[in-house]
Design a protein around this ligand. Structure first.
Ligand SMILES: Cc1cc2nc3c(=O)[nH]c(=O)nc-3n(C[C@H](O)[C@H](O)[C@H](O)COP(=O)(O)OP(=O)(O)OC[C@H]3O[C@@H](n4cnc5c(N)ncnc54)[C@H](O)[C@@H]3O)c2cc1C
Length: 477
């Protein structure tokens, strides 16, 4: 065993229940944690997450100090950095898995380098309940439908719920290996729009624990009812913490399991964790879906290229208040409520018939909780071309969605403040208010708030026609 260890941190920025750091601390005299910042993965692709990452690393650095473990942030490519570690550096490398095909492929190359250079290494399970390879059908093939997948995965997890929490041992003194390190501040995006996020989020491990407690204490029982109402704080908002591993999904699971009242809300919540697992299983078993439709029949779908409409969608200026509220919430906070994610995504792919990949790209750059698996799987779910997807012909009516899920207008008025004085009856279809009343409340549609960029019924009919064109060619649904 070497005297020193380096734990390569990727999406596991926590000290509680971190098997890789825990193991290293118990088996080596000195441990350093390494974060490799490769801007190739972030620049103009995941700008919002640069903010979250930068702040998280600051908090994490402080947490590790208490164990005499230094956090070294190195900028560059993982292969170049690891190639420079030599056998006589007397270092073992540890890491936890990340379940994305490209990341796994790179990990394999790194392992080959370590083998070639005689470097000891060991890796651990990542932030998932069950390894995706373990959840397969009786015939050995992967699941494409959520319910049987989750039934199988949940049972497998229950059969081997980990019995121990991994603790870190405090070391005698700090050690650092890398000469050229950077400060977390150097990761911050150049544009200042992220500044607003500071009002809404504190990306630390202790904050994740607070959110979890809050979920267990106040939200989980009624989660089944409130999770769909964006004007109510009804969901856990743990997604960005989960993405960066400030909390492990097993920790969430076990806290939920302690809840005495296994209500419908509890079941629904745990089910959502199941969707996260399912998405990871999908992108790893069907990695081609990261580059295009999982259902190949969709390859001939007549998508529309319309830069003007795409821009209006991104800016929250479509003239459909619930859609615009969602897109503005995203820009302002880096997060969007799940119900509204479905509404805005449906609007883009069905009302505007713009390719789901445009939406996927926009979300990737703007979501602080961006997760390759959930984002791609959910965009394809909404578009109808994914696994166990919502059929394309089921088209959300943005007016009815607003009336149903934001009937008091709390959410819409918050993010579209120019509609503050709009009577609730017209809030989700403001263009129907007679112009004399528009003048009275000083909200002129077309001036103070946009006219709808498409007419719902016409857009719906066009979408169905487009779908018919591929349905005729292929035997669908
Ligand atoms: C078009 C679209 C894109 C999405 N992109 C992402 C993404 O990039 N990253 C991401 O984490 N989620 C994504 N989701 C799923 C979902 O919207 C978010 O996980 C959820 O809104 C996060 O808020 P929360 O933590 O309060 O969720 P809660 O309702 O509290 O759920 C708990 C956890 O379960 C998981 N979860 C919940 N819903 C889903 C779902 N439908 N699919 C997969 N996991 C789920 C998340 O990890 C979440 O943190 C997307 C959904 C849609 C419709």
């Amino acid at each position: 065993m070497t005297k020193k260890a380096v734990v390569w941190i990727r999406e596991d920025l926590r000290v509680e229940n971190n098997p890789a750091i825990s193991y290293a601390s118990k088996n080596h005299e000195a441990v350093s944690a390494l974060y490799i910042y490769n801007n190739k993965y972030f620049d103009k692709k995941r700008e919002a997450q640069k903010w979250w990452l930068s702040k998280s690393l600051e908090f994490f650095k402080d947490s590790l100090k208490k164990f005499n473990i230094s956090l070294e942030i190195v900028s560059g490519d993982e292969i170049d950095i690891f190639s420079k570690i030599k056998k006589n550096d007397d270092i073992t490398i540890y890491w936890s898995k990340v379940y994305e095909p490209d990341v796994i492929a790179k990990g394999k190359k790194i392992r080959d380098i370590f083998i070639k250079n005689g470097i000891n290494y060991k890796y651990f399970k990542g932030n998932i309940l069950i390894e995706f390879q373990d959840v397969i059908k009786d015939d050995g093939t992967p699941f494409k439908v959520f319910t049987p997948f989750w039934k199988n995965a949940e049972q497998k997890y229950l059969n081997k719920v980990p019995s121990k929490i991994f603790k870190i041992k405090k070391l005698d003194k700090e050690f650092s290996h890398f000469k050229k390190t950077i400060s977390p501040k150097e990761i911050l995006p150049k544009k200042n729009w992220f500044k607003k996020f500071e009002k809404y989020w504190k990306p630390s491990e202790s904050e994740a624990k607070k959110y979890l407690q809050e979920l267990i204490k106040n939200r989980i029982t009624d989660y089944g009812n409130t999770r769909d109402i964006p004007g109510v704080n009804g969901t856990s908002k743990l997604s960005p913490f989960l993405k960066f591993g400030q909390i492990h999904v097993e920790t969430i699971w076990s806290k939920c399991d302690e809840v005495a009242n296994k209500s419908k809300g509890y079941r629904k919540y745990v089910n959502e964790l199941g969707w996260r697992e399912f998405s990871h299983s999908l992108i790893n078993n069907f990695p081609e879906m990261l580059k295009g439709n999982l259902r190949k029949n969709f390859d001939s779908f007549p998508w529309v290229e319309n830069e003007k409409f795409l821009k209006k969608w991104k800016k929250g200026m479509t003239g459909y208040p619930i859609v615009d509220a969602g897109m503005r919430e995203l820009y302002e906070t880096g997060w969007m409520h799940n119900r509204v994610r479905m509404v805005v995504a449906s609007f883009l792919v069905k009302h505007l018939r713009i390719h789901w990949m445009e939406g996927e790209k926009h979300f990737k750059n703007h979501l602080i909780d961006y997760n390759e698996a959930s984002n791609v799987a959910q965009w394809q779910w909404v578009a109808g071309c994914g696994a166990d997807a919502a059929p394309y012909f089921r088209i959300f009516n943005p007016i009815l969605q607003g009336l149903k899920f934001d009937k008091d207008g709390i959410y819409t008025k918050k993010w579209v403040p120019e509609l503050q004085n709009m009577p609730i009856k017209f809030l989700h279809k403001p263009w129907e208010l007679e112009s004399k009343y528009q003048e009275q409340i000083k909200i002129i549609i077309g001036k103070d708030y946009p006219e709808p960029i498409v007419v719902h019924e016409e857009a719906r009919a066009a979408a169905l026609k487009a779908f018919q064109s591929i349905k005729k060619k292929n035997n669908f649904y």
